[in-house]
Design a protein around this ligand. Structure first.
Ligand SMILES: *[C@@H]1O[C@H](CO)[C@@H](O)[C@H](O)[C@H]1NC(C)=O
Ligand SMILES: *[C@@H]1O[C@H](CO)[C@@H](O)[C@H](O)[C@H]1NC(C)=O
Ligand SMILES: *[C@@H]1O[C@H](CO)[C@@H](O)[C@H](O)[C@H]1NC(C)=O
Ligand SMILES: *[C@@H]1O[C@H](CO)[C@@H](O)[C@H](O)[C@H]1NC(C)=O
Length: 354
């Protein structure tokens, strides 16, 4: 009874769908962290959540918010101290029963980050105890920071306000404590081609979560390496994120445009952040998608949700599902036989081996 034939496997499959045996078909909850200038109750974001539920029915979707009022939530994408924002999100998700594992001991999720929400989810994973992630997927994020602040639309006063504060003052404690994008601004020393002293001294977020300072946080590296998949999408025609290759953790020479891929950087070779370890188990995925910044393509989302989210134990084919179930049934049969035999031996009158 080793291999199930296909029709038997299909029957089992139907059975499994109708009456899930164990945690096999229980999808992991999904955390979504939106980008700069967005708000949790935005319709587009809600529809992404709905799509995730459609693709993996039963998925509980939690869209991260820093305030119950949408406008305040949007303001918090521009203004605030990321240390306290991440602490707040960590508390919120710990207090959300639907995000907890079956034994209630910890929070385990898949995570989807849009733009700056991507590096914030990574920071959350690194800093929030009792939180683990299976897949972390980021779209157009700034894992290696930004070299320039984005242009603001004419009427976007929040954006303009934050940019005005930054002007020439990016490294002051005042700005690092208050302006969100300044906390993932990153500059490079032109003569050494390494992270600048100012950045290493003053960055309130990125230099820490990227473990770029002399003193490394081992826990951060462990948490990152514990991911099953870290999927990084870069938008091919992104002109908002400078440089867009930051979404792949790459370094770009601003003068020559030369790109140093993550694997050629010290952060990887010395494995400051667990990225090399993750890569060695095929957990690092670099992806491109057409379009400008955050021009999400539904097909790409669907494929992503199918490939990386859903039930913790993914079955790639009906055949594999057949094997898994067979294994389980086989195990039960053996246990039953074993227990039955023991019972028979201690009490032979009882026909335990029917
Ligand atoms: C941000 O908040 C944390 C926690 O309250 C604090 O320790 C840190 O100094 C703040 N950052 C800045 C740049 O003020
Ligand atoms: C660049 O690095 C050199 C060598 O460490 C240092 O002397 C210089 O001050 C740095 N420049 C800046 C702008 O950080
Ligand atoms: C960029 O490339 C030029 C030419 O190779 C080099 O002189 C310069 O130091 C590089 N800058 C950085 C920041 O790596
Ligand atoms: C990265 O490193 C590899 C191996 O050391 C080398 O062959 C390749 O040219 C490097 N690529 C870049 C873009 O630096």
């Amino acid at each position: 009874m080793r291999a199930l034939n296909v029709s038997a496997a299909l029957t089992l499959c139907t059975y499994a769908a109708a009456a899930p045996l164990t945690a096999i078909s229980e999808p992991l909850p999904l955390l979504i962290w939106h980008g700069l200038g967005d708000k949790f109750d935005n319709e587009g974001l809600q529809s992404v959540g709905n799509l995730a539920e459609q693709i993996n029915p039963g998925t509980y979707v939690h869209i991260i918010r820093l305030d119950d009022d949408g406008n305040n939530d949007r303001a918090a994408t521009f203004f605030g101290n990321l240390t306290t924002q991440i602490e707040q999100v960590c508390e919120d998700i710990k207090n959300e029963p639907k995000l907890r594992t079956a034994d209630k001991k910890s929070v385990r999720v898949d995570a989807l980050g849009f733009s700056q929400g991507g590096q914030f989810l990574r920071g959350l994973l690194e800093r929030c105890d009792d939180l683990s992630m299976r897949s972390l997927v980021t779209f157009g994020s700034q894992h290696n920071g930004i070299a320039e602040f984005q242009d603001c639309r004419t009427w976007d006063f929040l954006c303009k306000g934050s940019t005005a504060l930054i002007k020439g003052n990016a490294w002051t404690e005042y700005v690092q404590n208050k302006v969100v994008p300044a906390q993932y601004y990153r500059t490079v020393n032109e003569s050494t081609a390494l992270a600048s002293d100012e950045y290493l001294e003053s960055s309130n977020f990125l230099a820490d979560v990227n473990n770029e300072r002399v003193l490394k946080n081992e826990k951060y590296a462990e948490k990152v390496a514990s991911l099953e998949k870290f999927v990084m999408f870069v938008f091919e025609e992104d002109t908002t994120v400078i440089p867009k290759e930051s979404g792949w953790f790459a370094e770009v020479n601003r003068t020559t445009g030369e790109v140093t891929p993550l694997q050629n950087r010290t952060i990887y070779t010395e494995d400051w952040l667990g990225l090399k370890k993750l890569d060695k188990k095929n957990g690092l995925v670099f992806k491109k998608t057409p379009g400008g910044h955050m021009q999400l393509n539904e097909k790409v989302l669907i494929k992503t949700f199918q490939d990386y989210f859903g039930a913790e134990k993914k079955f790639r084919s009906t055949m594999e599902l057949g094997y898994e179930l067979e294994e389980e049934i086989h195990g039960r049969w053996n246990r039953w036989r074993h227990e039955g035999q023991q019972e028979y031996m201690t009490n032979p009158s009882k026909d335990a081996l029917r």
